[in-house]
Write a protein that binds this ligand. Structure first.
Ligand SMILES: C[S@@+](CC[C@H](N)C(=O)[O-])C[C@H]1O[C@@H](n2cnc3c(N)ncnc32)[C@H](O)[C@@H]1O
Length: 298
């Protein structure tokens, strides 16, 4: 059994299949994911790349076997460029096969030998103990927090696990906006949790330490403060950003209401933008967890 806070277990396991299907719904659209990543980059107040921040100060010169979980395009892998020994080898795992070529291109740009495994992260159950020097995951651990014990098992004694996740209040403006629209239009009741809130809270700045603690002796945190600012002329970028993520926002509503809900959201956002001088700001504070000294369990 996985060591995992009880309150989260129900939330997580009850919806495992549902969560996986939503992940595939959203991330299978590789082109939209790329556009969304560019929107986030363009509208971020924090100009530093979080992966660079995460790796700053780490000596990775002895890391030969590396694993990236939920790798997507391999942005985290690319930020390892110049930090690893020449014989380093990286494995990227993502449930969406469509990221294979982008990930391999990222490996090439970084000058690292790589391979891509199109699979759910649970595939690491088949990996031997203590194989990896470094495991990395950016913006994906909240989809599979149950795998933390396995990450600890496959890391060697000097191995490090580096993960970037959201803070618990991240995207609160967008969540609040979507919830208000859905409540006003009778699509959800007050108090209904949107799926995005369950995802973020599965592993966030708030509970991440507690989830990691049974598996690592040394856990460090780095704050990464950021806001996405959409100025009055940027409404279509915000709508595009929201459109990509919407299955995560609107999942609490009946299927027949989904298209109408998105239209309503767009109309309300348009009205908001027409009245606002400042546009719309979305809190996007994140946290980096750096975990070492994996705890060996029989
Ligand atoms: C928000 S994206 C982050 C991608 C990349 N790490 C980055 O920083 O750009 C989350 C990624 O995790 C992948 N993912 C989610 N759940 C997964 C699972 N159970 N097994 C493998 N990959 C998963 C998704 O397909 C998606 O590519």
């Amino acid at each position: 059994m996985i060591d995992f806070p009880c309150a989260l277990q129900d939330n997580y396991y009850m919806h495992a299949d549902y969560r996986t299907s939503k992940v595939i719904d959203v991330f299978a659209d590789v082109d939209s994911h790329r556009v969304t990543a560019a929107i986030i980059k363009k509208h971020s107040t924090n100009r530093c790349d979080i992966r660079e921040v995460a790796l700053e100060g780490l000596d990775l010169s002895g890391c030969v076997e590396i694993l990236e979980l939920g790798c997507g395009f391999g942005f985290f892998t690319e930020s390892l460029k110049g930090k690893l020994p020449p014989n380093a080898h990286i494995t990227g795992i993502d449930i969406v096969e469509g990221y294979a070529s982008a990930f391999m291109e990222a490996c090439n740009r970084a000058g690292i030998n790589g391979r891509f495994i199109p699979a759910d992260v649970s595939v690491i159950h088949d990996f031997g103990d203590r194989l990896f020097n470094l495991v990395i995951s950016s913006y994906s651990l909240y989809f599979f927090p149950h795998i933390v014990g396995e990450i600890s098992r496959i890391l060697n004694a000097n191995g490090v696990f580096v993960a970037t996740v959201h803070n618990s209040h991240s995207m609160k403006e967008l969540v609040g906006f979507a919830r208000d629209v859905l409540i006003e239009n009778g699509m959800i009741s007050r108090g209904t949790k949107l799926h995005i809130e369950s995802i973020i809270s599965s592993f966030s700045s708030y509970n991440g330490y507690e989830i990691l603690k049974p598996w690592f002796r040394d856990i460090q945190r780095k704050k990464y403060e950021n806001t996405l600012v959409f100025k009055p002329g940027d409404i279509y970028s915000l709508i595009e950003y929201f459109r990509f993520k919407w299955p995560f926002f609107l999942s609490a509503i009946p299927v027949e209401d989904v298209a109408r809900a998105f239209d309503l959201f767009e109309i309300h956002l348009q009205k908001y933008f027409n009245m606002s001088r400042n546009g719309f700001a979305v809190t996007k504070d994140d946290t980096v967890f750096l975990c070492s000294e994996p705890i060996e369990r029989k």
